[in-house]
Design a protein around this ligand. Structure first.
Ligand code: PLP
Length: 421
C-alpha cells in the first residue's frame, strides 16, 4: 500500500471513531473511584467520643505543635523509611510543603545556608526531563532558573547533575522523583542515588528535594532496590542535604489527605521554627482519623497499597497490551513498563506528539498536553506523551488507548507523507 493509501485508510477509521462521540480521559493522574472506596471508613472512623491523641492532645484544639501528631508522624516515617522525629506532617498537600521549603530557602536560606537564596542573581535548580509539570511551574514561578537533566531509565543523568552542581555555586539543588517517577515510572538506581548524595557541589547548601509521591505505590511484588537517601547523605558527610516529600493523596483521598516531609533533625527543627511563625498547628482531626484508619487497615499501609495495586495493575496491563498490539509491529513508539507509580511514558518515533494529542482531543480523548513533561511545555523532540491509566474504568481505558494508538498511526503516516511531498 502506498503512503497515501495507508493515510487515507487511517483517516477513514479515524472519522468513524469521531462519529462515536466519545468523551474519555487519560490525562489526569488521579485515583479511580474504586481506589477511593478503599478509604471510605475515613468518613466515619472518628466521632466526638474519640478526640484525644496518643500524647493527650485534644484534636479539636490548638496545642500539639506544628510537626503533627505522633501517631501520624510514625506512619509518615514508615512510608518514607525514616524516624518519626525526622518528619513533619502538614495539611493536605506535599506540593505545598515543597513550595514552602523552596520559599523559605529563597527568603531565609535553609538550615546551614550562607545566605538567603534570593540574594543570588539567578538561583538555579536542576529538574529532570521528562518530568512533572508542577515542579517546573512551581520552581520557575518562584524565580528559579531551571537546568534540565534527562532521565536515563535508572533515574536522572547524575553525571550531568554533578557537572552542573560542581561547576556553579548558584546551582542550589535538584528536584526529582526518586521512586516510580512521573512520568517515566523509573526508580533511581542505588549507584545513581549514591553519586547524587555524595557529589561535591560548589553550593555549600546544595539540596536534594526528593518528591516521593509514589514511594509505596508498587504495582506488583517486584520492588526495585532503593537507597535510603537520608541515611546515605548522612553517611556521605552531608547530613542536611536531603528533604523527602510525600502525601496520602494516592493512598487515601487525593488533595484531601496529608502531606508530609522528612529531613535531618536539625533541618526539622529549623523548619518547625519557621512553620510556627505561620500557623499554630496542622489539622489534627484529619491527622488523627488518617492515623486511625491506616493503622486499622488489614496489613496497614502495605495492605492498603496491595488493594490499590489489585485495582491499578489490570489497568496498566490493559494499556500496555493495547500499545504492544497496535504500535510495536510498526515500531511507531517506545514506552515504559513501570513497576509502580501512576504513569506510562510514551515516546513517538516521529516528532508528532503535539499532533497526536490534538487528533485524540478531536476524537473525544483527553491526553496530557504534549510538551507538559518539559519546562515551558517545550519538548525538543516533540515525542513524549504521558499516559495516565489510573482514573478511567477498564473498558473506557481500553477504548481510549485504542484511539490514542490510532492517532499515533495517523500522525506518523501524515509525517511520512509530508516527508515524501
Ligand atoms: N508530586 C508528584 C510527582 C505528583 O505526581 C503529584 C500528583 O500528581 C504530586 C506531587 C501532588 O502531590 P500532593 O497531592 O501531595 O500535593
Amino acid at each position: 500500500m502506498s503512503v497515501q493509501d495507508s493515510l487515507n485508510a487511517l483517516w477513514e477509521k479515524y472519522r468513524l471513531i469521531q462519529q462515536e462521540g466519545l468523551l474519555l480521559n487519560i490525562e489526569r493522574g488521579q485515583p479511580g473511584d474504586e481506589n477511593f472506596k478503599l478509604s471510605s471508613p475515613l468518613f466515619t472512623c472518628v466521632d466526638e467520643t474519640d478526640v484525644k491523641t496518643e500524647e493527650g492532645f485534644d484534636i479539636r484544639n490548638y496545642p500539639g505543635g506544628v510537626k503533627g501528631i505522633l501517631e501520624m508522624r510514625r506512619l509518615a516515617a514508615e512510608i518514607l523509611d525514616v524516624k518519626p522525629e525526622e518528619t513533619i506532617v502538614g495539611n493536605n498537600s506535599s506540593l505545598k510543603m515543597l513550595s514552602e521549603v523552596l520559599s523559605f530557602a529563597l527568603l531565609k536560606g535553609l538550615n546551614g545556608s550562607p545566605a538567603p537564596w534570593c540574594k543570588l542573581d539567578s538561583p538555579k535548580l536542576i529538574v529532570t526531563v521528562p518530568g512533572y509539570d508542577r515542579h517546573f511551574t512551581l520552581a520557575s514561578a518562584l524565580g528559579f532558573k531551571l537546568l534540565t537533566v534527562p532521565m536515563t531509565g535508572t533515574g536522572p543523568d547524575v553525571e550531568l547533575v554533578a557537572r552542573f552542581a560542581e561547576s556553579d555555586e548558584t546551582v542550589k539543588g535538584i528536584i526529582l522523583v526518586p521512586t516510580y517517577a512521573n512520568p517515566t515510572g523509573e526508580t533511581i538506581s542505588v549507584e545513581a542515588a549514591q553519586r547524587l548524595v555524595s557529589l561535591k557541589a560548589l553550593a555549600k547548601d546544595f539540596t536534594i528535594f526528593a518528591d516521593e509521591a509514589y514511594v509505596v505505590h508498587h504495582l506488583g511484588d517486584t520492588i526495585p532496590e532503593r537507597l535510603n537517601l537520608l541515611r546515605a547523605s548522612e553517611k556521605a558527610g552531608y547530613p542536611n542535604r536531603v528533604y523527602l516529600f510525600s502525601s496520602t493523596s494516592k493512598i487515601t483521598f487525593a488533595g484531601a489527605g496529608l502531606g508530609f516531609l522528612a529531613s535531618s533533625l536539625a533541618n526539622i527543627e529549623y523548619l518547625a521554627q519557621l512553620y510556627s511563625t505561620q500557623y499554630i498547628c496542622p489539622n489534627k482531626v484529619e491527622q488523627y482519623r488518617h492515623a486511625k484508619f491506616l493503622k486499622a487497615y488489614p496489613g496497614g499501609i502495605a495492605g492498603l497499597m496491595r488493594e490499590h495495586a489489585k485495582i491499578l495493575k489490570p489497568k496498566f496491563d490493559a494499556a500496555l497490551r493495547v500499545l504492544e498490539r497496535e504500535l510495536a509491529p510498526a515500531g511507531l513508539a517506545t514506552w515504559t513498563r513501570p513497576l509502580g507509580g501512576y504513569f506510562i511514558s510514551l515516546n513517538t518515533t516521529k516528532p508528532v506528539a503535539k499532533r497526536v494529542v490534538e487528533l485524540a482531543k478531536e476524537a473525544g480523548v483527553s491526553v496530557t498536553p504534549a510538551g507538559a513533561t518539559f519546562p515551558f511545555g517545550e519538548d525538543p523532540a516533540n515525542s513524549n506523551i504521558r499516559i495516565a491509566p489510573t482514573r478511567p474504568p477498564l473498558a473506557e481505558l481500553e477504548k481510549a488507548m485504542e484511539v490514542l494508538c490510532l492517532c499515533i498511526k495517523l500522525a506518523s503516516a501524515e509525517w511520512d507523507a509530508q516527508q515524501k511531498a
